[in-house]
Design a protein around this ligand. Structure first.
Ligand SMILES: Cc1cc2nc3c(=O)[nH]c(=O)nc-3n(C[C@H](O)[C@H](O)[C@H](O)COP(=O)(O)O)c2cc1C
Length: 366
């Protein structure tokens, strides 16, 4: 009875917040520059997490918990499988607000060895009719030292993943210099965060070059192996890879003891500046998830990301083989109640399929 009342309360609460977002907040936000809104959202989130009153209010309006969604992966407890993808909390400033907004984990960064201003503005665009964003931030972040020091001073109540990328400058373009740059950040975060992610697929680095070439990946993983810390290690890959390149990367990952993949990063369209997110990449990301799940026979961790706008989208990725999920674009288009709505909706879908925990649905097909 109490459970039913709680579900009903969450449903009504989310409907009201969604309605207010759609008809009031979103038209205002979408009339302004997207980066300006992003910066202000991060500032506002810092205020929300700064004192017990605003923390309690945020939790009351956005949290949803259900033990059917809770699981342990690599010994780490995830209250819900839905996390915030890399690129929103670039400098690890708002992890507590993210938790209170209904996420089960956060990926901070991408972080580079040296601080970086990013690419010239404008560098973030909405493609409204495609429910997507075009992103060309160019790895703007405070740099490894500043972010590591901030994180060392903070205690986190949910898992935090560290996204590591190559500093966006000409000097890190070559293979050896690139590897050295990744290693500096990897070493600095040895004892910080719960998992490490090597972002080898950012389309917005210097010269619009990712680090996905087989030779680059091999060189990077060889060096990481020599100084490997105890945290699980993941590779973030691109939705634009063909089957052969995907297979090569999976084989290298297996050879060098990588634990899993984040599928996927932004998609790069020829000639246009930046990479695409959201509905534009959903099918491509899903193709990568199922390919990797089949290739690894479900033995490696998969985090599915790209175009999640509803519980159905999220559950689809789980059924294709994702153990965990992430999003950014959906939250921007649908509103801050989306995480709670997805979590609640996934519980309904699990119950419909007769599963008692999210882990049972992983890789069960469509
Ligand atoms: C504004 C923005 C900034 C991003 N920055 C990063 C980044 O720094 N590192 C990274 O690995 N991915 C970055 N991404 C990619 C996302 O983590 C994610 O892979 C992609 O947006 C697909 O998810 P979505 O459709 O839910 O947004 C960024 C995405 C957006 C929208």
């Amino acid at each position: 009875m109490q459970d039913m009342r709680r579900e009903m309360f969450t449903k009504i609460r989310n409907w009201i917040i969604g309605f207010l977002y759609k008809w009031i907040a979103k038209p205002i936000f979408f009339s302004m520059d997207p980066e300006f809104i992003h910066v202000w959202m991060v500032r506002f989130s810092r205020v929300l997490q700064s004192n017990p009153v605003t923390r309690a209010i945020t939790g009351f309006f956005f949290t949803y918990k259900n033990k059917k969604l809770s699981q342990k992966i690599e010994g780490i407890k995830f209250e819900t499988p839905l996390g915030l993808a890399a690129g929103f909390d670039k400098d690890a400033e708002i992890v507590e607000t993210i938790r209170l907004s209904g996420f089960g984990f956060s990926e901070v960064g991408s972080i580079t060895a040296d601080p970086c201003e990013g690419n010239p503005r404008p560098r973030l665009w909405r493609i409204i009719n495609e429910k997507s964003l075009r992103v060309n931030y160019g790895l703007k972040n405070n740099g490894a030292e500043a972010i590591a020091s901030r994180m060392e001073r903070t205690k986190y109540k949910m898992p935090v993943l560290i996204s590591i990328a190559r500093t966006n400058c000409r000097e890190t373009c070559g293979r050896d210099q690139g590897v050295k740059d990744y290693l500096r950040t990897y070493k600095r975060f040895k004892n910080i965060g719960d998992m490490d992610v090597l972002n080898i697929s950012c389309p917005n680095s210097y010269g619009a070059e990712t680090f996905l070439k087989t030779g680059n990946v091999r060189a990077l993983l060889m060096e990481i192996k020599k100084i490997r810390n105890e945290k699980p290690l993941l590779l973030k890959i691109s939705p634009d890879l063909n089957r052969q390149s995907l297979d090569e990367i999976v084989e290298l990952a297996q050879m060098y003891g990588v634990d899993g993949f984040i599928c996927t990063n932004l998609s790069k369209k020829e000639k246009s500046r930046g990479g695409l997110s959201g509905k534009n990449i959903e099918r491509k990301a899903n193709r990568v998830i199922s390919h990797i799940y089949e290739k690894t026979r479900g033995k490696m961790l998969i985090i599915g990301v790209g175009g999640i706008f509803s519980a159905k989208d999220a559950y689809k990725k789980i059924k294709l083989g994702a153990n965990l999920l992430q999003l950014i674009t959906g939250m921007i288009y649908e509103g801050p109640q989306l995480m709670s709505e997805i979590n609640r909706g996934m519980v309904e879908l699990l119950e419909k399929d007769g599963y008692s925990n999210i882990q049972e649905a992983v890789g069960k097909g469509n």
